[in-house]
Design a protein around this ligand. Structure first.
Ligand SMILES: [Zn+2]
Length: 281
């Protein structure tokens, strides 16, 4: 009797699974994500092999990446892989080692590195680089911004709002992807920045306040997404191995709040804006 019940239950499950598989609407299909903040560091070996990373991205429904690496070796490897079904958008990382984070903006060697790396011909941006407050006023920072503008490159800046304003002042034609969108900066100030600088996009890794403790999209972020639907990007920020280990959860976290937005807005944030910015030239 138990065996019979089991087989009936199994039969029902198979029918249900088939119905889902052949149905025309895949309501549960995870929304495609463009990961606009991926580090594939190579110091001296990557945490995951290229094959493992590509499999992880595929499993996670990620179809595009803004790829950077310290040193740039990891980005070269991803480009050479030419993975089908994945758009790899390479950015020049202005770092050789982690310590460069604190000194690159005063280091002429780094500007040489950027120019040398650019010769590969495939880069779309420079970053992620770290800069805060008036450190952004330095000559080498201005040279970097000007170089980016002259070569049609985006900047990927981990910066406070003060530094973003200085970068924009260096060259008003700069196009900046704002890593972490100010972390905990007020949404009023974020709105002010997005209004003042039409070529500024906010990347949302480690950005606080988007959801409340229960995972519900907060009113202020819902309002911001409604007001600026095409100014935000998602990212994993795989800066340490722990981020690779939790990669699937990070993407699931994004999908949980994207599902609370109108589908068009969700798709725009999940991949639409990145696809537009990084369309083939
Ligand atoms: Zn980062």
């Amino acid at each position: 009797m138990i065996a019979l019940m089991r087989s009936v239950a199994l039969g029902a499950a198979v029918v249900l699974a088939l119905a889902c598989a052949v149905g025309p609407v895949h309501a549960d299909e995870p929304i495609e994500i463009f990961d606009a903040h991926l580090h594939y560091n190579w110091e001296p070996k990557p945490y995951y092999s290229v094959e493992e990373v590509l499999a992880l991205l595929k499993r996670s429904g990620v179809t595009g990446i803004l790829a950077t690496s310290r040193p740039n070796t990891g980005t070269h490897a991803l480009m050479e892989a030419k993975p089908p079904g994945l758009q790899v958008v390479p950015f020049i990382r202005p770092y050789r080692v982690r310590a460069d984070i604190r000194t690159w903006f005063g280091d002429p060697f780094i500007f040489d590195l950027v120019q040398e790396e650019y010769k590969r011909g495939y880069y779309r941006g420079i970053g992620e680089f770290h800069i805060s407050g008036r450190d952004a006023e330095g000559d080498w920072v201005k040279k970097t911004v000007d170089f980016a503008v002259a070569h049609d490159l985006y900047l990927h800046a981990h910066a406070d709002d003060v530094a973003v304003e200085i970068l924009m002042r260096h060259n008003p034609r700069a196009r900046i992807i704002w890593a972490h969108t100010g972390f905990g900066l007020s949404t009023d100030r974020v709105a002010e920045m997005l209004t003042k600088y039409p070529k500024l996009w906010g990347e949302l890794s480690y950005r606080s306040g988007i959801t409340d403790g229960g995972g519900k999209l907060t009113a202020e972020w819902r309002a911001l997404f409604e007001r600026f639907p095409d100014r935000f990007l998602l990212g994993s920020d795989t800066w340490i191995n722990e981020r690779w280990q939790s990669y699937g959860e990070i993407m699931a976290g994004y999908r949980a709040w994207l599902a609370q937005l109108p589908p068009k807005t969700a798709a725009q944030i999940a991949h639409g804006t990145a696809r537009g910015l990084f369309a083939e030239r």
